[in-house]
Design a protein. Structure first.
Length: 151
């Protein structure tokens, strides 16, 4: 992957930059909104996401990088529980996907994925986290997670 392709891949993430209200819907729980901020760091080579979330969700930080071999993205995730995970990520045609199917820095007790749609105005992102536990019938929704740009 050349420098121009890398810069184009990074530029696609510009729609995420800014402050967002984060709304999670957990079955049977009334959860107040949280806050998430995306900003460029290290001369625009990485996108950092910092999230303050109410219980039961942990506060977290993620660093998104372009994979130099594939041109795809990698998200390095860290949270206040001490959890560290590595997600493969795609971001194209208004669809944001995160996927974790192999063990990394923590055991893989279940597979995870987040699939979200960026609104046409770029001010909303609506999606859901899904899990797949061994022996289950496939992907099942864990909780919905939406973002609304704070103005």
């Amino acid at each position: 992957m050349g420098a121009a392709e890398r810069q184009e891949a990074l530029k696609r993430l510009d729609v995420l930059v800014g402050e967002w209200v984060v709304e999670a819907e957990f079955p049977g729980l009334d959860v107040p909104p949280g806050r998430s901020v995306f900003e460029w760091t290290l001369d625009g080579q990485f996108l950092v996401q910092r999230t303050e979330a109410p219980n039961p969700a942990p506060d977290s930080m993620a660093i998104i990088a372009v994979d130099p071999e594939t041109g795809g993205y990698t998200q390095h995730y860290y949270d206040s529980r001490g959890v560290v995970r590595l997600y493969s990520m795609t971001f194209a045609d208004g669809v944001w996907q995160l996927l974790r199917e192999t063990p990394d820095f923590s055991p893989l007790d279940f597979r995870q994925r987040y699939i979200a749609q960026v609104g046409e105005d770029g001010d909303t992102i609506r999606g859901a986290w899904e899990i797949w536990r061994d022996g289950s019938e496939g992907w099942q929704q864990d909780f919905s997670l939406s973002y609304r740009r704070r103005r």
